[in-house]
Design a protein around this ligand. Structure first.
Ligand SMILES: Nc1nc2c(ncn2[C@@H]2O[C@H](COP(=O)(O)OP(=O)(O)O)[C@@H](O)[C@H]2O)c(=O)[nH]1
Ligand SMILES: [Mg+2]
Length: 252
């Protein structure tokens, strides 16, 4: 006599297909968290952090505003060299922060005094080398300039961490300023310069690459192999920086 094994009434859910709407909705939850002139003033955060770096005027603030669908979240300035601090923005649905975006000061603006330039190199280097929860770096670059010497220095600084698993993406911003042929050329050149790293064309104006980049950010913040510990849910009250981003303490 054979026994029939009863099958579960519904098959287990198939792995969710990437859905840019989910990523875009998640990015829209971005809220200003804090600003810090130096690394030591940043709160310790235990959720993944994604840093946006690049030359002054590369289009960093505009890119963050486009990805988060908020016009004035990151201050996009017509005057280069104005962002002087590390700005953090928290992300997460239902008030539960599950990732943080960091807008780093732009570099390479000629009119910045020498001491200020030096100080910023220190802050940037320090941040990129030692920020524990740093999960990914997005390097923004104007394709008409390509990767400049300062961008190459930055690549050298993060290379050891990329070898250890830090995610890395180069965005060629303002791609709307180039025709298709020149954009394709710029892409090839920067791909070579970036040593085979991931490089994409991006335009806030034409919304080129927006959903694709949003999906990358979502995937980095929600790695499948190692789920991020759930941070403590914070009630309606305005959370303190630390409370909003630290996982819940173990219950006795
Ligand atoms: N045409 C075009 N201009 C852009 C784009 N993104 C930024 N910009 C312009 O580039 C300038 C610098 O942008 P901003 O975001 O302030 O650069 P940041 O210094 O890197 O933060 C501003 O005048 C923006 O309007 C884009 O996708 N297309
Ligand atoms: Mg800016």
């Amino acid at each position: 006599m054979t026994s029939t094994t009863s099958l579960p009434s519904s098959a287990p859910a198939a792995p969710a297909k990437p859905d840019p709407k989910i990523a875009m909705g998640w990015l829209h939850t971005a809220k200003f968290l804090t600003t810090a002139p130096e690394l030591k003033h940043l709160p310790r955060i235990e959720v993944p952090e994604i840093a946006f770096v690049g030359r002054s005027n590369a289009g960093k603030s505009t890119c963050i505003n486009t990805l988060t669908q908020q016009h004035r979240l990151a201050f996009a300035s017509k005057t280069p060299g104005r962002t002087q601090s590390i700005n953090l923005f928290s992300l997460g649905k239902q008030g539960v922060t599950d990732a943080v975006l960091a807008d780093l000061p732009g570099y390479g603006y000629a009119a910045v005094p020498k001491e200020a330039k030096y100080r910023w190199q220190q802050v940037m280097g320090n941040y990129l080398q030692t920020r524990d929860n740093l999960q990914a770096v997005v390097l923004l670059c104007d394709p008409r300039l390509g990767l400049t010497e300062l961008d190459e220095i930055l690549l050298d600084v993060i290379r050891p961490r990329v070898e250890e698993g830090l995610k890395f993406l180069v965005l060629l911003t303002k791609s709307d300023k180039l025709n298709k042929t020149d954009a394709a050329k710029a892409l090839q050149i920067v791909k070579l310069q970036a040593g085979g790293g991931d490089v994409k064309l991006f335009s806030s104006l034409k919304r080129q690459g927006v959903e694709e980049v949003a999906q990358h950010l979502w995937d980095w913040a929600h790695p499948k192999e190692k789920p991020v510990k759930a941070p403590k849910a914070v009630a309606d009250t305005e959370p303190a920086a630390e409370a909003a981003v630290s996982p819940a303490p173990a219950q006795p």
